[in-house]
Design a protein around this ligand. Structure first.
Ligand code: FES
Length: 110
């Protein structure tokens, strides 16, 4: 398979329900990753433009659901299922969804 232009690493780490740190999987990240995969494929973007992968904890738990976009090297945070079409559209147009991009302040919180 060809190397894609971008890889979307969706954190699917799961902690127990009573863990104060929370986790992306508990917030629904597995469904977000599945929707990304399906919508990238439906738009014909899955073979060359982008692949949606699962990831272990990206250490941005307080901003989950978290997605690391490489090689652009930025994080999307607080992603919901409703944001998936915008993320896919951004991939199609070579842009990013600025309202979801984690800020330096978000990153400092971890
Ligand atoms: S659990 Fe997803 S970033 Fe830590």
């Amino acid at each position: 398979m060809p190397q894609r232009q971008r890889y979307l690493f969706v954190c699917t780490n799961r902690r127990s329900d009573d863990d104060a740190k929370g986790s992306c999987a508990n917030k629904g990240s597995e469904k977000v990753r599945q929707a990304l995969k399906e919508q990238l494929a439906a738009r014909g973007l899955a073979k060359i433009q982008a692949r949606a992968c699962t990831s272990s904890c990206l250490d941005q738990c307080s901003s989950g659901i978290c997605i690391l976009v490489e090689p652009d090297h930025f994080f999307y945070g607080r992603v919901t299922l409703a944001d998936v079409p915008a993320i896919v559209e951004a991939i199609a147009s070579g842009q990013r969804v600025e309202r979801l991009v984690l800020t330096p302040e978000d990153l400092a919180r971890g």
